[in-house]
Structure formats: C-alpha cells, structure tokens
Design a protein around this ligand. Sequence first.
Ligand code: XUL
Length: 540
Amino acid sequence: MAIYMGLDSSTQSLTAVVIEIDGDERRVLDQRSIRFDEELASYGCRNGVLTHSDPLVAHSNPVMWAEALDRLFAVFAAEGQFPLDKLRAIAGSGQQHGSVYFNSEADPRLSSLDPARELVGQLEGIFSRPTSPIWMDSSTLSECEAITAAVGGSGELASLTGSKAFERFTGPQIRKFHQEDPEGYDATSRIHLVSSFMATLLAGTDAPIDPGDGAGMNLMNLREKDWAPAALEATAPGLSGKLPAIEESWSIIGSLSNYWVERYGFSPATRVVCWSGDNPCSLVGVGLVKPGRLAISLGTSDTLFGYLPEPRVDPAMEGHTFGAPTGDYMSLICFKNGSLAREKICKASGLDWNGFSAALRETPPGNGGAILLPWFEPEITPNVQEPGARRYGLSEDEGPANVRAVVEAQMMTMAIHSRWMGVKPESIYATGGAACNKEILHIMAQVFDAAVYQFEVGNSAALGAALRAYHAAEMETRGSSSWEEVIAGFAEPVAESRIAPEPELVALYDELKEIYETCENHALNGGPDPMEKIDAFARR
Ligand code: XUL
C-alpha cells in the first residue's frame, strides 16, 4: 500500500486530499482544509486577500500560506487518520500567477529550519517584498503595455508565451515591482510562484516551476518550455538570474525536509514532486488527459478548460494556452467574478445557499430576458477595469431574478468567450465548490448544450495534485506511467450525476446568448441598446 498527498494552496484556503493506491484498490483517505479568513484571521485577509484602497490591487501574505501548511500537518499528526510515515510522495497545486519574493537569507534559512519551533517565526526577514500580488490583481495595465510594445505586439507575445499580456500575470507584476521599488527588486534573489514557493517550503530547497504554471507568467516560451529571453528582457533587468528552473511537472525536487520529518513524523523518504497551477492540476483531477471534453471549475474564479495535444492560441487573445501536467497543453479561460459574485447576490437577496437553489428552481429559464453583467470586481474576461454590475431589464431589489441572472450570465459569458477553443463538447465535467449545486449545473447543461457531470471529489485541484504525486513516483521508480492508469478509479465522473440538455431550453439560451452579447457590447463599446431585443424576448 502507498499513500499520496495533493495540496491545493488556493485563494481562500489550503486543502489536502490524501489517497491510497494498492493496485486496483484506490480510495480517498482524507480531505481537509484550513480556511484563511476563519482560521488565520490575524492576517486580516478578506476572502484570502489583503484589503487595499485601490480596487485594482490584490495582494496576499505568503507567511499566511506557510502557516496554513504547518497547521494542516499538525492536524494530520494529531488526528492520525492515515500513517504519515507511509506517505510515498506529495505534490501540490497553487493559485496561478501569484508571486513570492525571497532575499538571500531565504536559502540558508529554509534548508535548516528548526523542527522544535513553528515555521512562521523562522520566515522572518527572508522576503524582499512583504506581500504577494495574486491573480485577482489588475493594477498593471501600463506594465502590460510596455512589455507588449517591447516584444513587438500582443500577437507576438501570445504566440511566444501562450497569452498576450494580462494584468494578473507574473511578468507584468514583476515589472511593476521593479518600477516602484528598484531597491527591493535588486535585493530579490529568487522570485517564486505560489506553487514553487510552497514546494520550496516542503523540500527545504529551491523548487522549480512546471510548464503548467510557468505559462501563466508571460515569461515562458510555450513550445520550448524554457524562459523566453525576449520576454524576460522586456520585463525587468537581470530577471533570468532571479527565476527558478522550469522542469517537467513530474520532476522530483527531493525528499521532505528534516523540519516536517522531525516535527510531524513523516518518513524522510517521502518524495516532494514539482507543484503546478490549480487549473493544470484540475485538468488531471477531472481526468482530462485526452481531447474532446471540457471542464468548468466553479471556484473563487470560474474557469473553463480543456486538454490540447498541441498549443493553440486564441485569435481574440482573451484565453490562454498553458502546459498540461501530462507534458502536453491545455486551453483555459478565466472569469474573475465567480464564487464571490454568486455570494454577493446570495447575501444581497437575504438568502442562504438553500434559498439560492430554491430561487433558481422558482424562476423561469431565460429570466424573461433580464440580464446582469456580473462585474462586481474588475473582470478578466472580457477585460473590465471599472468594477460595477450592469443590469438590463432587471432591478437590484428583485432577489430571485438576480440569483438567476448571475448564474445565467456566468454560464453565457463562458460559452461566448470560449468559442475560440473550437470544441463543441458533448460532456462537461463540473468541479469546484459550486459544482455541488444541481440547479447551477442544470443551467450549464442548457447554455452549453452538453451533458454535465459531477465528481465524487469536489476539489479536483488537490486530487489532481495527489494523482500527479503518484505519477511522478512511478516515473521515478519504473521510468514510465500511463495517465489512463493514474486517473483510473478517481478522476471519473459519477454516471448518475448526468444532467442532460433539453432541446427547448438550448434554443432559448441560444437566443439569450445573442442578447447577452449585445448587452456586453453596449456596456463596453457603446454598441446598440439591447432593450428592444430584451422586450421582444420577454413578450414571447
Ligand atoms: C487562472 C487564474 C485563476 C487562478 C486562481 O488563469 O487566474 O484561476 O489560478 O484560481
């Protein structure tokens, strides 16, 4: 018997999924989370983000992520749900794009942590930038423009790195740091992603970045899976010396450092596997190791993604191409107004989640044409810098109608902005916190004209990381490992959870999608007023 752990260091929590694999016998042993706002409240974060007067700025505290790791392992050691000394390998998933800045103190400190003392106190003085910009930050428009110009245009940057310049991507964030605090930048010896930072804590040695998360930086050559000198030069001076190596997702960094072994009783033989981004890990966690299907993750961000055998770049450049943990590629499109937008409407309507579901059941599909553009926060897709929801044929105080409007909007915007992927899926795999809500998934099935399935393990990022740990350990000892075998028994949709599209509703949403696009165009580009179309829809 062997045990594998996958961790997911996400925006609002740190989660572990622990699995056991003994030939064909496979089961989940434990799943556990530390929620930052509740359990680490002293860091003063809201939804995992430090409050800031500028709505475009979103930073978090890397020390909080480290403390969550220490606490989670303390819980495992105290509760004895599974034998820690039987853990064969551990891998992880991190919220993408966020960056952590070390000074030269970090290396010696992290390689000689004292197991008798808590981790947090030992991290003091190792950061050259005290806070970490995360994926929700959209404050780097001018940096994006400068980088784009320096590499020869958006098309050039997108075909080189898989994405045009995006505000949340690590390159523009690094450029901003260099511009605003050149001394801090000079004092930086290493810039990690959230994923490679957490892996560094586990291994006690400088961890690499994998092509899945590396592609979210605007700095990596997507085809060569190595740093792209032109992008590095366009970003900040001396950057190549500050970045970790890029290595395959299944590379082994080393074994768990003495700190974890001595403090909690893990085996010194436990292998630490390269971490990846949450979306690449989710790709594995929902079993998308071949083309033809799409997954939608309903988390803090809503993302829609699929496996790609070859890189393919979005001509409208709203989406991204990342490396996949299989060594191939994945397409992805990200929407910032995900769970926080649903929560906002839920609260504003005075409902709990049961009430939210009831409102979806009680309101008519299509909402009589009422449309909400749910840009409570600055939005990534489409690019919206000025936050604020826009409503058409809908007033703020109509609670249930707003509930339906937010969910229909989220599904329609995903369908509209993912057309470039060129996949007309027959099935969609739903994951993330809100994927347990059947009413939301019913709307998804109608808007996408596809059957929607749920999974037993809701946290596909942590499960995907655990499966990657197994894959990497097998690669190390046997030299090969088939992905089909790796995911078997875990990353398979629950057949009974199937929600089918209904032709009448599919036709209704085809019509509503057109109206939604008109609303978007009206709000963003001053296009034609959609009210006539909305009224006609309402009268039908
Ligand atoms: C993807 C993205 C988010 C984060 C946080 O590009 O920005 O999905 O990974 O989950």
